[in-house]
Ligand binder design. Structure first.
Ligand code: DQA
Length: 142
């Protein structure tokens, strides 16, 4: 199985950014945790982080034929990017939306995801394990 993982804006600052919410791990540490798990399941990964909305569209379009699944943490774009939602729909790629924090129990603007309607699943609040659970979902999906 081949999975494209995209981390959205400000996730490059993990480990320093609001550690009480996002934890102390850096993105590099989270990625190596994800990669280790993927290896045990024979999943091939391509992992990217970008702070730019258009870059997310480009990554999805470029990898849409390579990837069986997209696991995306759209970060703040979750709450308002119809462009990313349209990109996922246009690519016709099976998608899981993930969040480190529990977006349902934070500020009210975070409760709504405009991306979720084009995803098969949303997983949030498990910190780095949100990504593991997302990979398990991909593996178990019929
Ligand atoms: C986040 C939650 C978003 O609301 C926020 O804008 C982020 C990170 C998370 O992983 O918990 O940047 O996607």
């Amino acid at each position: 199985m081949r999975i494209l993982i995209i981390h959205g804006p400000n996730l490059n600052l993990l480990g320093e950014r609001e550690v009480e919410i996002y934890g102390k791990l850096t993105l590099k540490e989270i990625n190596s945790y994800i990669r280790k798990y993927a290896k045990t399941k024979k999943i091939k990964l391509k992992i990217f982080q970008t702070n730019h909305e258009g870059k997310i569209m480009d990554l999805i379009a470029t990898h849409r034929k390579w990837a069986h699944w997209l696991i995306i943490n759209p970060a703040a774009f979750t709450h308002y990017s119809y462009a990313i939602r349209d990109a996922i729909k246009a690519a016709d790629i099976k998608t899981v939306e993930v969040h480190l924090s529990d977006i349902k129990n934070r500020e009210s603007f975070r409760k709504k995801s405009v991306i979720l309607p084009v995803c098969l699943k949303q997983i949030s609040g498990l910190e780095k394990n949100s990504y593991i659970k997302a990979m398990d979902f991909c593996l178990n999906h019929k």
